[in-house]
Design a binder for this molecule. Structure first.
Ligand SMILES: CC(C)(COP(=O)(O)OP(=O)(O)OC[C@H]1O[C@@H](n2cnc3c(N)ncnc32)[C@H](O)[C@@H]1OP(=O)(O)O)[C@@H](O)C(=O)NCCC(=O)NCCS
Length: 415
């Protein structure tokens, strides 16, 4: 596979062609915004006859692990043109991007997957279930006043980005660092509009919703939102309720810190009477994002658990090895060959990892996919031992279950 870093003057046109072929852009307007999206972060392209035919793009950011902050590289685009499918381009280029990111100091990688199985081959494991809730805004029970909001438009991308960065985020909450990524997202929302409040000390945007409307009565989609406190969330929901005189349904990703159903009137009745309609009230869940550890030492150094300490040998395998370009290792390419190996791991208030093995300790055998899920608290060890590539004695599984008690992870930022 021939590949290189993306350079706009040389590669933009070919990448626009790829994106048209995969249906991610449909008109010239959208094609123009692609340059902005690619101008922040890092892209690799694989080529045929010198032309880019596959693109992998990563955007830098951070991901919350409880109260710690991890350096995140988000894989925000993987696309292969119609003529380059099934050549192994996407898999191998993603692996190269991971190697580059690991060497640049990123600690974890995360992505939204098109299907389960593909990114597993380079070490990703599925995140937690996220719910997509569709509800009738008039059925919100929030009974409090709200102030007249300010209109937000696509030109307010910097402010919206700053507001997202300052939002309340829990375990798993992600931020993408370059403001331009929000510019592209807003531009890609058809007829998108925002409503928000500037309550910051210097008039900063503190809480907002960004919506994709549809027709007169919806369904509307809340594509992004941010708030810093429960009060601000309730004001936003009161504002959303005010749309209910006209809009019959609105969809959004479950908020995470609160359970939206708590604030819905007769949710079961609404579900029954809207069944199979264009405004069907529902709550659908899917684990649509994945993550993997890039730097085991850094990730464990940021792991602080107020639970019983557990220490064990870890035999870790990393499937990314098979996808990395060995011919480029060392000289000009990457020395990173994944994180497979034998380690002694401590999980507790002060967690850590060292290479090697201790005879007196029990052993956990796992792929990086499964171990990343265990470490992030996606599923307990005893559950991963049934469905994923993770094995240990019953007593070690039990100890791990007692130790890895983390809140449910939510990205809170769709990418
Ligand atoms: C997804 C996409 C990037 C793959 O591109 P590609 O360069 O053809 O992929 P690769 O050649 O590296 O890998 C293809 C292999 O993965 C396998 N694969 C695909 N989906 C899989 C899955 N869910 N589980 C396991 N394997 C899978 C294929 O069967 C194929 O294997 P084979 O070569 O042994 O038949 C391409 O289809 C595309 O651009 N799709 C549209 C855009 C998109 O959805 N991008 C992903 C965004 S997250």
């Amino acid at each position: 596979m021939e590949y290189r870093s993306y350079e706009e003057p040389r590669d933009l046109e070919a990448v626009q062609r790829i994106w048209r072929e995969v249906g991610w852009i449909e008109n010239d307007e959208q094609a123009k915004t692609l340059a902005g999206f690619l101008s922040v972060g890092q892209s690799l392209v694989a080529t045929i006859d010198g032309e880019a035919e596959c693109l992998v793009h990563c955007t830098p950011g951070t991901m919350a692990y409880q109260n710690e902050v991890l350096e995140l590289s988000a894989v925000t685009a993987v696309t292969t043109s119609r003529i380059a499918r099934k050549q192994g381009f996407a898999g191998r280029l993603t692996a190269q991007a991971l190697a580059r990111d690991a060497e640049s100091g990123f600690e974890v990688s995360a992505l939204g997957m098109f299907e389960q199985g593909f990114y597993d081959k380079v070490g990703f494991g599925s995140g937690s279930y996220e719910q997509w809730i569709t509800f009738d805004p008039a059925s919100l029970t929030v009974d409090r006043p709200f102030r007249v909001p300010k209109r937000l438009g696509k030109d307010d991308w910097r402010e919206i980005h700053a507001s997202l960065l300052e939002r309340k985020r829990g375990h798993g909450g992600c931020n993408l660092s370059p403001p331009e990524i929000v510019k592209s997202e807003l531009e890609w929302t058809e007829n998108g509009f925002g409503l928000g409040y500037r309550d910051g000390l210097k008039g900063e945007l503190t809480h907002f919703i960004w919506c994709a409307p549809k027709d007169e009565h919806g369904p509307y989609t809340i594509a992004a939102r941010a708030y810093q406190s429960g009060e601000q969330l309730l004001e936003l929901l009161a504002l959303v309720k005010s749309l209910g005189d006209q809009v019959s349904s609105i969809g959004l990703l479950e908020l995470g810190d609160v359970q939206l159903q708590d604030l819905l009137k007769q949710p079961f009745r609404h579900r029954r009477i809207t069944a199979k309609s264009a405004h069907e009230n529902s709550s659908r869940s899917m684990a649509y994002w994945q993550l993997r550890i890039l730097n085991l030492e850094a990730c464990l150094a940021k792991t602080h658990l107020n639970t019983p300490e557990v220490r064990f040998n870890l035999h870790l395998t990393d499937p990314v090895e098979d996808f990395l370009d060995q011919s480029r290792a060392g000289a000009r390419g990457s020395n990173w060959q994944g994180i497979g190996g034998e380690y002694v791991v401590t999980l507790g208030s002060d967690s850590g990892v060292e290479p090697g093995e201790r005879r007196e300790l029990e052993t956990l055998t796992a792929s990086v996919n499964a171990f990343s899920r265990l470490w992030f608290g996606i599923r307990p060890a005893s559950s991963l031992a049934i469905t994923d590539d993770l094995q240990a004695s019953a007593s070690l599984l039990n100890d791990l279950d007692d130790t890895m008690r983390l809140p449910k992870a939510h990205l809170g930022w769709d990418f």
